[in-house]
Ligand binder design. Sequence first.
Ligand code: TRP
Length: 332
Amino acid sequence: MSKKICLTGVKPTGMPHLGNYIGAIKPAIDMANSGEYESYYFIADYHSLVGVHDPKLLRSYIYEVAAAWLAMGLDPKKVTLYKQSDIPEILELHWITSCFTVKGLMNRAHAYKASVQANLEQERDEDHGVNMGLFTYPILMASDIMILNADVVPVGADQLQHIEIARDIATAFNNTYGNKLKLPKGIVREGNKLLAGLDGRKMSKSYNNHIPLFSTEKELKKLINRITTDSSDPSIPKNPEESLIFDFYSEFATVDQTEALRTWYLRGIGWGEAKMELLSVLNSMLAGPREIYAELMANPKKIDFILEEGQAKVRPQAQKLINDLKHTIGVR
Ligand code: TRP
């Protein structure tokens, strides 16, 4: 029996941070390396166009995100990596699926609703600043998924609604034409607690409390020093479960290292010492990937080559699906 197809998209928004790595990049790479699925990961560049209207910036975001995944261990021999905009059939499917998406479904999508809500709070027109790309974002996402008949889609919890919408769209289409489109299943990694940011809130670029994945050692040191701590004496025992520094540490250290630090906490540790330990673990884990990242960013042709190979593999499959659908709907 052939393997199930696992597909996910990454929206390019610049260099990922440690929270993105723990929450999305690492689980997706682990899933691909498990060999359980046939994996397709793509860069959702047209999705970024919804909000990024600066060509230089968009181009660099695309390379940054591709280089980051490759540097953190995505193996293009195990995962087909491609760029959404290289597969124009996704847009053909986007139109076809649009004609089976009732407008009310889009009105209920979280991202659009959040924009409307923000506008109403500021006493602006409810659709102020909303382009049709934002409004129909979930239809493009459904097309990304269905173009390759994906079975499972690893996503963050915030994206689950979009997968449900994709299922609704596929169901509407299938009700008319028979079982043509596969209903995808969203997978959210369990037990994956969110990595907090430097101030304890969710790590996010928009809160400016994040640690960029490829910060230099010096930058890492500065950022780690920003983690707020109390002024308790080093000799006083500390609770590791209530320490952001410990949380970070345990994500990146080995089990033995984590246990050693736990003991040190219970015995009494100075916050300066705890921060030094964190810096050392983070830096040794990231030093290798940081070099690979810099190397790829200096040689973007290497990234282009990988993405072209991905396109060459995906496009014939996409063309086949679109040809079949054209017959199904009667334009051919
Ligand atoms: N919307 C997703 C995000 O913001 C990215 C994405 C686009 C995606 N198309 C997809 C994810 C298809 C999974 C499947 O994270």
